[in-house]
Design a protein around this ligand. Structure first.
Ligand code: KIV
Ligand code: ZN
Length: 517
């Protein structure tokens, strides 16, 4: 009989901590809403003591996302725990997650305390967290490199103080599956009270074993797994949520656990996260990579056409990968577009349909076939969360072997249009220089990624980048059949977010709002 396993998503905390994955509180809320639609059991919304932005993100998600349990991370200090407790106050069901390192190497070099002190700090932290909520998780950071006898003592102490979940992380991705499994078996056998709480696995992917280790822990009795969408996270990342979930779906007899995740939302969640962070999974990434369901070899294609199961262990639609099919053309009306978004699971807010319809018609003029992927790209192009204060009205570029030049015109928070011409190493650099001249500010651009949305020469190019404007680092997204234009649109999107952020800061009494890195 398969056991139920709690899916604890830490995309917004451990995932977001990794360089390049920084999200604004608004973006975190957007991802949290999608994690709710995905039906994860617990969302770790952030680390309130880390920054004012993290605090606000947790508070906002706690107020608006009501179904899942919401967790907030805290070190074993009174201040951290109190901030976590406060940030979670609006939550329907809040969990404080306290952690402290227990391995000798961390105790000696990082915390500079002895084992007994660490044990006392763990006890006091769990006790204090219980003042705020009955749902307290304790993590023994670097558990997989901790002396087993000592680890059992710390776990026992945490349980005595009221921890209801105890997490044994493989913090540095060091364990092999058989070893990690053994730690869970030992803790279950040796710690009085372990049977009455949930043991949790939390694996990093430094040896590419995070998912394998998570499955091994489940086999040894773990009742919760901590994971992230697309496997994002510190260094090589965390265990990928979609891989763990699909292992239980595809191999129910062997994996022998169930979870509540709505698998048809997996692809959509992955895409949303990539659009928000500007970081796309590698093409061969399991489940959500661009090639995960592509069959290139003729012999494979033939087999799949006869029967999908010849080379596919799961159907793309099971994880929500949209079919590449012709949906609309330039004669389609607003209603047809709205209907198509509805069928793809998106209800458009007022105003959004009109804006998208204009973009759709412009695209239909340039591109013969409009596929589902195209209209999803239009939806994500420039995330309509910030008002479009800046708009690109004209772009002309020259490129070749001797560098590039660009002429740009834009509207903005000034009257009429402003124009600038600039040169650069290539047309994209020249365009960015012209935009920077128009807005009268230096702009640094990094992490620029171009993806083609659909196959074919007239495919939409989708660009994500990170722009540093006025000390704020923001992601920007843009799509066009012309990639230089897509780059310009992505930059303008980032400018709109920066402008919006400044307005929010000015409106806020407590203007310690932190945007990105
Ligand atoms: O990897 C780790 O040990 C962590 C803890 C804070 C749970 O992320
Ligand atoms: Zn971690």
């Amino acid at each position: 009989m398969a056991r139920d396993v709690v899916i604890f998503d830490t995309t917004l905390r451990d995932g977001e901590q990794a360089p390049g994955n920084t999200m604004t509180p608004e973006e975190k809320l957007q991802v949290a809403r999608q994690l709710d639609a995905l039906s994860v059991d617990v969302i770790e919304a952030g680390f309130p003591a880390a920054s004012a932005g993290d605090y606000r993100g947790v508070q906002e998600i706690a107020a608006q996302v009501r179904r899942p349990v919401l967790a907030a991370l805290a070190r074993c200090t009174d201040k951290d725990i109190d901030l976590a407790g406060e940030a979670l106050r609006p939550a329907a069901r809040g969990r404080i997650h306290v952690f402290i390192s227990t391995s000798d190497i961390h105790l000696q070099y990082k915390l500079k305390i002895g084992r007994d002190d660490c044990l006392e700090l763990a006890r006091a932290a769990v006790r204090r967290a219980r003042r705020y909520t009955d749902d307290v998780e304790f993590s023994a950071e670097d558990a997989s490199r901790t002396d087993l006898e000592y680890l059992c003592r710390v776990v026992e102490a945490a349980i005595e103080e009221g921890a209801t979940t105890v997490n044994l992380p493989d913090t540095v991705g060091f364990a092999l599956p058989a070893e990690y499994e053994q730690i869970f078996r030992a803790v279950r056998e040796r710690v009085p009270g372990a049977a009455g709480i949930t043991l949790s696995a939390h694996c990093h992917d430094d040896l590419g074993l995070a998912v394998a280790n998570s499955l091994a822990a489940i086999a040894a009795g773990a009742g919760q797994v901590e994971c992230t969408v697309n496997g994002i996270g510190e260094r090589a990342g965390n265990a990928a949520l979609e891989e763990i979930v699909m292992a239980s779906h595809v191999r129910p007899q062997v994996a022998a656990f169930r979870c509540n995740v709505e698998t048809r939302e997996l692809y959509r969640t992955s895409r949303l996260l990539s659009h928000v962070t500007g970081v796309f999974p590698q093409p061969n990434k399991a489940i959500v990579g661009r090639n995960a369901f592509a069959h290139e070899a003729g012999i494979h294609q033939h087999g799949v056409m006869q029967n999908g199961l010849t080379y596919e262990i799961m159907r793309p639609e099971t994880v929500g990968v949209p079919h590449s099919r012709l949906v609309l053309g330039k004669h389609s009306g607003r209603h047809a577009l709205e209907r198509r978004y509805h069928d793809l699971g998106y209800e458009l807010e007022e105003g959004a349909l009109e804006r998208l319809y204009h973009k759709f018609i412009a695209l239909a003029d340039k591109k013969r076939e409009i596929l589902d992927e195209d209209i999803l790209a239009l939806l994500h192009d420039g995330f309509q969360d910030a008002p479009e204060q800046f708009q690109l009205t004209h772009l002309r570029v020259v490129c070749g072997t001797v560098g590039g030049a660009a002429a740009v015109r834009m509207t903005g928070p000034w009257s009429g249009e402003r124009a600038a011409e600039a040169k650069g190493d290539g047309p994209i650099a020249a365009t960015f220089a012209a935009v920077s001249e128009i807005v009268g500010q230096p702009i640094e651009v990094g992490n620029l990624a171009v993806q083609s949305v659909t196959p074919g020469r007239d495919s939409l190019g989708q660009v994500s980048l990170q722009a540093r404007v006025n000390g704020k680092s923001l992601s920007g997204h843009g799509a066009s059949t012309d990639i230089v234009e897509a780059c310009a649109r992505a930059l303008v999107n980032a400018l709109n977010k920066a402008h919006f952020a400044e307005r929010l800061e000015a409106d806020s009494l407590n203007s310690v709002y932190l945007w990105g890195v």
